[in-house]
Design a protein around this ligand. Sequence first.
Ligand code: FMN
Length: 372
Amino acid sequence: MNHVKLSLPECRFLLHLQKGIGITKGTSKSGCFLSDKPVNCNYLGLKVRILPSVLDSIKVKGVFFKNRFVMPPMQGDHATVEGGVTEKLITFYEKRAEALGLIIVEHSYVNLHGQLSKRQLGIYDDHLVAGLKELVKRIQPFNTRIVLQLNHAGAKAPSRLGIESVAPSAKEKARELRVDEIEMLPYTFGRAAERAMQAGFDGVEIHGAHGFLLNQFYSPITNHRQDEYGGGLDNRIRLPLAVVREVKKKMGTRLLLYRLGSVDLALMGTQIEDSQYFGKALVNAGIDILDVSGGLCGAVPDELKGKEGFFIPQAEAIKAHVDVPVIGVGGVKTPQFADRIIREGQIDFIAVGRSLRKDADWALKAIKYLKA
Ligand SMILES: Cc1cc2nc3c(=O)[nH]c(=O)nc-3n(C[C@H](O)[C@H](O)[C@H](O)COP(=O)(O)O)c2cc1C
């Protein structure tokens, strides 16, 4: 079937004619159709495919997002030395919340071995729940969904914090994890997720990207184990999947996201085909939304710097293999670009990190621009 993709003015024109061509979905704030999925219809004999814009709402497993702008997790080092929420941390999110469909709160460490920096946010103990509850409470009035990213830094945890670093395979100062310790990790992530649920988050995101512990298991560059947690791809994703299954048990109707380090950008590292396979396995294990970023190469690799949407091709390649919504990210600077990516219909959400960090009103201005 041939489909014609419509621009915003064309959508508006169609709306004038909607009775005539039998479109009954109604309009959204952007003037396009309120629909989670592309709408197919017949217009003057053409098969017309009307795609949602970045301003259109979306529901995922019954959870409502007012638009498709996402603030990706960005560590601000504004927590207390114990990992507790501070007023400065809350204000950072509060100032940006109004215009966003989803905020993914920066990575919080699930146990003391997994801490990356001194003032990183933590979720390793029950006493941290009260502060996180206050953060959620302050964001809720904006009708913006808020999820918390859970992380273990693995070999990246600096031993200068006085705690031994651990990793799938020994590396510099990091000690190789024993099997009994690996088997405890799903429980550790699960407890952290329970705390996030107590705090009232709409969900959690498991951090599986940027060279942290779960990514270290996934990548053949950092995982040299000879047991069931190393070697072939199925073994290397065994721990991440076990973590997902355990966390899923704690989520009830709330959402479970996974930040997938899609490519290491290295010859011997993970490739997009591995991540297409892994993405499908993550969905089978219970992931509701996949958030696609870089692997061992990090979140902003030198070789991709300056290219608007630098990890979106990987997000699109994975989306083609899964039936859950996908978030794309990487150097998004302009509302036009964000909107075009969503309208092309390959991915479902667009994350804007540093642009929002620099300018708290970036998304408000983007919405104003797109509505004009
Ligand atoms: C200061 C800073 C802190 C970040 N912290 C995290 C983090 O906690 N978890 C994470 O998954 N990504 C983190 N990232 C990566 C961002 O989520 C995002 O993927 C990256 O900045 C690329 O998007 P952008 O080009 O829109 O900024 C961080 C990025 C920056 C700049």
